[in-house]
Design a protein around this ligand. Structure first.
Ligand code: AMP
Length: 276
């Protein structure tokens, strides 16, 4: 496993390793969710690159960026069993040198849901993912369904800009009680951690209604909200039943639906979703 902190080192290593490359972009603090993507990349490519970079441009102010867990050594230990070839862990200066001034903006699909709650977030995501694609030039790139809008934004960007990379989406990995794995789960107090599986329970309640034949988004959203409101520790930011491609809220559901939500426990913000 080769650790490249500079783009020039990464390029030199890749030149010596011709073949298909799979890229797993991460912000580190790895868990089973990330590792499921790494495993898939290992299975489908000659070489695997994992980027570990906490991207400042996708964070708003307020300290979340500063306090984001940074655990590179542990992350590399976790990757070892998966025979990752290359770890790219650049500095901020390497990625955003002085006088950096070019950003990628994906328009409509970044406006609702996470985009509405986190202004500028997807501009940062689209920019860093474009940079990583240009730096690593992977054949395939792996993203988690956990971040459903991120997947939709990146797929839109790849289509719109004709980026020569195949986007592979991995299913959401969950704890035994249903809580979606997330690097942010470590911030939850014991009480909040106990309460947090309410997100998945709310999603499952709406899924059950859908499977019983409910096809009205206006009925599914309250199903989720009512479950969440049973938990006094949960502060609901949004619940959504949206078109999986446009992310616009749906009433009549014809071609599938993305159920999603963002819920705060204290200062920790959790998101989850189910694609039906
Ligand atoms: P992050 O480090 O949070 O930026 O996540 C890196 C990648 O891992 C993203 O594509 C995420 O969607 C994905 N990911 C995060 N959590 C999970 C999970 N629980 N299951 C599957 N993939 C995940």
């Amino acid at each position: 496993m080769f650790l490249a902190k500079r783009i020039s080192d990464l390029r030199a290593f890749q030149k010596q390793h011709p073949g298909t490359w799979g890229l797993v972009p991460t912000m580190g603090a790895l868990h089973e969710g990330h590792l499921s993507l790494v495993k898939r990349a290992r299975d489908e490519n000659n070489f695997v690159a994992v980027s570990v970079y906490v991207n400042p441009t996708q964070f708003a102010g307020g300290g979340d960026f500063d306090k984001y867990p940074r655990t590179l050594e542990r992350d590399m230990d976790l990757m070892k069993p998966f025979q990752v070839d290359l770890v790219f862990a650049p500095s901020n200066e390497e990625m955003y040198p002085p006088n950096f001034q070019t950003y990628v903006t994906v328009e409509e699909i970044t406006k609702p849901l996470e985009g509405a709650m986190r202004p500028g977030h997807f501009r940062g995501v689209a920019t860093i993912v474009t940079k990583l694609f240009n730096i690593v030039q992977p054949d395939r790139a792996y993203f988690g369904q956990k971040d459903a809008q991120q997947v939709a934004v990146i797929q839109q960007m790849v289509r719109d800009l004709n980026l020569p990379v195949e986007i592979v989406v991995g299913e959401t990995m969950r704890e035994a009680d249903g809580l979606a794995m997330s690097s942010r789960n470590v911030y939850l107090s014991a009480e909040d951690r106990n309460a947090a599986p309410i997100l998945y329970r709310a999603l499952c309640a709406a899924r059950d209604a859908y499977l019983r034949g409910e096809r009205d988004g206006a009925s599914l959203r309250p199903v989720m909200r009512e479950v969440l409101e049973q938990e006094p520790r949960a502060n609901v930011e949004y619940v959504s039943a949206a078109d999986p491609l446009t992310l616009q809220e749906l009433d009549e559901i014809k071609n599938g639906v993305l159920l999603s939500m963002a819920v705060r426990f204290g200062t920790t913000r959790l998101i989850d979703n189910l694609l039906l």
